[in-house]
Design a binder for this molecule. Structure first.
Ligand code: C5P
Length: 401
């Protein structure tokens, strides 16, 4: 697929620093940026920082003859798949709502025939002001897309609504708008994703668990849904919100996870990203174990069902594509290759979770994709969302219509 082209308008607000991160993460996800920096925007971030990250030149002045000769404002606004305004200041939104065209940003926004996404950022009083409310209502009625703002502490010291959405949220909004045009290659396909840790009860209040956050599994479920798949996410206990647009089954133990996965079959795709506990206490005590009354006896453990292996060797309803994870601390590729065989899965994503890798619970991941019929792919360290997007792109290549 060709890179999607974003025309990014950077307005004059302190949140412009987050826009630099947006460019970085967006490029990791294959987006190409052209940028317009307003005069006020240039007070907060420099053209050099923006152009270095975007690896393209920054446009800033409507009346610059060279800019106009090289790339007229009409072309700039039309040669994009999406126009994103971040941060969108109260002033920029007012201009957009009124149709002003007195600088390059506003002129381009008036001239564009492409979808426009705005990420407002301003002081809470300005966001609540009747004038801004009117402008927002006008822009919504005009079909402008919005992401944020969020509530919280503001750079100005006040608390309230007006903080620009985080780069990851803006990227999700960008992808949601671009997705229909990019096609839904997995439409009509059913997918099951396991995610998060499991909790194995010792007694009513204690359990065995691990450090999995569920971020990678949840991101994969979201990416599959964005590609059009009908997704059932079976999640162990996590503090993440349920992703929209899919069925979510929340479970605690490995056995409950296995039951929920079985109930979700048949499926075309299964991705097992959960960090399932291999062992559980042989018996969960019915009452809380008390200090005085029990010896600190050794816990007797029994093996949990292996959900991935069960899917890989499923007698009746083996999904067409079964993908597992191999989190290893040593001999990564050899161990992952052996696991691929043993579990009967088609592909495996191997990640190094050795000390200091920060993978468990962290936002980023460094993985290798092992497929029996292709060379090992080693991806750079990426956001978990980008790992998910790349995996789903591979799945779509294999199964997509
Ligand atoms: O055997 P190991 O736990 O290293 O294998 C990891 C892979 O197997 C992951 O994809 C994980 O989701 C899956 N798994 C499972 N059920 C288990 C143990 C692991 O589905 N009981």
């Amino acid at each position: 697929m060709d890179a999607k082209r974003i025309l990014l308008v950077i307005g004059g607000g302190i949140a412009a620093y987050k826009t630099l991160e947006l460019i970085r993460r967006g490029r990791e996800r294959g987006l190409a940026f052209r940028t317009i920096l307003t005069r006020a925007g240039a007070e907060f971030v420099t053209p050099l920082a923006v152009s270095s990250l975007a690896e393209s030149r920054v446009y800033s002045d409507l009346f610059s003859l060279t800019d106009e000769a090289e790339m007229g404002h009409i072309r700039l606004s039309r040669e994009a798949d999406l126009v994103v305004v971040a941060p969108a200041t109260a002033d920029l939104m007012a201009k957009m709502a009124q149709g002003h065209a007195d600088d390059l940003a506003s002129t381009t926004l008036l001239a564009t025939d492409k979808p426009v996404l705005v990420a407002p950022a301003m002081n809470p009083m300005m966001w609540q002001h009747k004038a801004t409310r009117r402008n927002v209502a006008t822009l919504r009625a005009d079909g402008i897309h919005f992401v944020g703002p969020a509530s919280g502490d503001m750079a100005c010291g006040e608390v309230g609504s007006g903080r620009m959405a985080e780069p990851a949220e803006i990227l999700a909004a960008i992808q949601a708008i671009l997705a229909p045009a990019g096609g839904r290659p997995l439409a009509g396909r059913r997918a099951i994703v396991t995610s998060g840790p499991t909790h194995e009860a010792i007694d009513p209040v204690r359990y065995i668990a691990n450090r999995s956050s569920g971020r990678q599994g949840h991101a994969i479920a979201a990416a599959l849904a964005a590609a059009g798949a009908e997704v059932t996410l079976v999640s162990g206990p996590v503090s993440l919100p349920d992703p929209p647009g899919m069925t979510v089954r929340r479970v605690e133990s490995a056995r409950a996870m296995q039951e929920a996965v079985e109930a979700a079959l048949p499926a075309d795709i299964a991705v097992c990203a959960a960090a399932v506990a291999d062992w559980r206490p042989a018996m969960a005590a019915e009452a809380k174990l008390k200090k005085g009354s029990h010896q600190p006896a050794a816990l007797e453990l029994v093996e949990n069902p292996d959900i991935l292996k069960g899917l890989g060797h499923h007698p009746r309803m083996r999904p067409e594509l079964v993908v597992g994870f191999a989190a290893e601390t040593d001999d990564l590729l050899a161990n992952a290759g052996a696991k691929l065989e043993r579990k009967g899965c088609d592909w495996i994503l191997a990640n190094d979770v050795g000390a200091g890798s920060g993978v468990f619970g962290g936002a980023r991941n460094r993985v290798h994709l092992l497929r029996p019929d292709a060379p090992v792919e080693t991806w750079p360290e990426l956001d978990k969302a980008e790992v998910a997007t790349r995996l789903v792109a591979r799945i779509a290549e294999r199964l997509g219509r």
